[in-house]
Design a protein around this ligand. Structure first.
Ligand code: BES
Ligand code: ZN
Length: 468
């Protein structure tokens, strides 16, 4: 393992250059004008996989390509692990809030700023670099590795949902490893054993057949924007609880063990409030902020549109109003059931003065896995040796819907080993990635293959694991 770690250290500058080159490609999956950039990005990461010595194929799909790269000399007697990542990124807008252009990476101290550098380019690149170190130092990997890198995670992974069941053999594995999430600090590496699920929908209210003069007509008809605000306002109470009947029915209660684990996170309410720039924290009564944001379900308005948005004022009653909503779900809530529940409730509450349309969007089931198995213990050891600090167990509030599909189609659990820091600003202006996290992530990954193989085999195997 020492030779592999020395290789990583000796090549760190080149790995940083690679990261900058990858982050320069504006692979924004939500915006059709970037389609050529997504193709380019798939090509870039495939070339990188080939340069390392992986057997690499770019799979065409109904949408953006999926890259699959495998370690050479596949050996059926060894365990196999699948590393998942995504080369697409969130839209960078609003541009004016960026201190440097989102696709011109800039290094400041040990941080590099660029859209998608933390979510998720830097994190899966760290794994690839670690495999390069194994292969280029002629160390014998104790496992087979398959990299699966898609270009649609930020918009719902449609193509991957089709690709998975059609390629079960190619992707078969003992466990999936994903680094597309976070850790509280560099001193708190973490194994994330639960993610929230998601249910997206759009709610639209239509009123008059056109925008109308609010002086001539105001008072005699409903204002769709006002009706929408009132409707949405009824979905949550002032204790932060969603008021939709049955919403909490399937929610699994947090155990005392879990509450103790979450209490170990180093979050301080005052610093958290300041960091987020809010005058006061708000969340469901009876839960800590870490419990609220990782282990409790929510209903959020992501976008609200109606009426005149230009300069000055325009005295109208808007013809329509719409809202984009997402609900974050926890075990055992399911997106289909929740969307049906919300739709039913909105129909019941909606006044007859406007017409309501609810359009369901993407969904993902929540994920929860036991953190006590041998593979989880191996991952904790790898985290500790990579980051140099004791690893903790945590849950996270974000969603990676494909994780449940890995369980369904490959019957494989996922180990979530994040490298992002809380101030990385994913999905926000000034996204960045810490080069210290990048380096620690590479060391963690280098150790991981020994630790996981050892755990999968269940005994001493001369694999380089710390417990072997
Ligand atoms: N990397 C995030 C998910 C994440 C972030 C998990 C932090 C845990 C902690 C991922 O790229 C993402 O943003 N996913 C979307 C889901 C999707 C269906 C749009 C999300 O959570 O909003
Ligand atoms: Zn991501």
């Amino acid at each position: 393992m020492d030779t592999i770690l020395a290789y990583l250290e000796a090549n760190e500058n080149r790995f940083v250059d690679d990261l900058l080159a990858y982050a320069r490609i504006p692979s924004v999956s939500a915006q059709p004008k970037h389609a050529p950039d997504l193709e380019k990005c798939a090509g870039w990461i495939a070339d990188r996989c080939r340069a390392i010595g992986l057997e690499t194929k770019i799979h065409k799909t109904s949408s953006y390509p999926i890259v699959v790269a495998r370690t050479p000399k596949f050996d059926r007697n060894k365990p196999t692990f699948l590393v998942y990542g995504h080369y697409d990124v969130q839209p960078p807008e609003p541009f004016e809030l960026w201190e440097s252009p989102p696709f011109e990476p800039v290094q400041k101290g040990r941080d590099v700023y660029a859209r998608g550098i933390s979510d998720n380019k830097g994190q899966h690149l760290a794994h690839l670099n670690a495999v390069e170190a194994w292969l280029k130092t002629d160390a014998e990997l104790p496992c087979n590795l398959t990299f699966l890198i898609e270009g649609e995670e930020e918009v719902g992974s449609t193509a991957l949902y089709e690709f998975l069941p059609e390629n079960k053999k190619l992707l078969a594995c003992d466990a999936v490893v994903i680094s597309d999430n976070g850790i509280p600090t560099l001193k708190h590496p973490a194994l994330t054993y639960a993610l929230r699920g998601i249910a997206a929908m759009e709610v639209r209210l239509e009123g008059p057949s056109r925008d109308l003069h609010s002086g001539i007509y105001g008072g005699s008809i409903e204002n769709p924007a006002m009706a929408l605000c009132q409707l949405l306002g009824k979905l949550r109470d002032d204790k932060g609880r969603v008021t939709i009947p049955g919403f909490y029915k399937d929610v699994v209660k947090l155990s005392a063990f879990e509450r103790r684990q979450l209490a170990k996170l180093p979050t301080k309410a005052a610093a958290y409030r300041k960091f987020l720039g809010v005058p006061q924290l708000f969340g469901e009564t009876g839960y800590t902020p870490d419990e609220q944001r990782t282990a409790r379900p929510t209903l959020e308005i992501n976008g609200l549109t109606s009426g005149y948005q230009g300069a000055g004022s325009k005295t109208i009653i808007p013809s329509w109003a719409s809202a984009k909503l997402t609900l974050r779900l926890v075990p055992n809530q399911t997106p289909d059931k929740i969307i049906a529940m919300v739709t039913r409730h909105l129909k019941k509450l909606c006044p007859k003065t406007v017409r309501l349309t609810v359009t369901p969007g993407h969904g993902g089931t929540p994920y929860l896995v036991s953190p006590t198995g041998d593979l989880a213990q191996g991952a904790l050891r790898a985290l500790e040796s990579g980051f140099g600090h004791e690893a903790i167990l945590t849950r996270e509030g974000g969603s990676i819907p494909i994780v449940s599909a890995f369980k369904k189609h490959l019957n494989a659990d996922t180990l979530l080993l994040g490298m992002a820091l809380p101030d990385d600003n994913p999905h926000s202006p000034n996204e960045k990635f810490s080069l210290d996290a990048y380096a620690a992530g590479m060391r963690m990954s280098a150790n991981l293959w020994a630790e996981l193989s050892h755990a999968a085999i269940g005994g001493c195997c001369d694999c380089g694991s710390h417990s072997c």
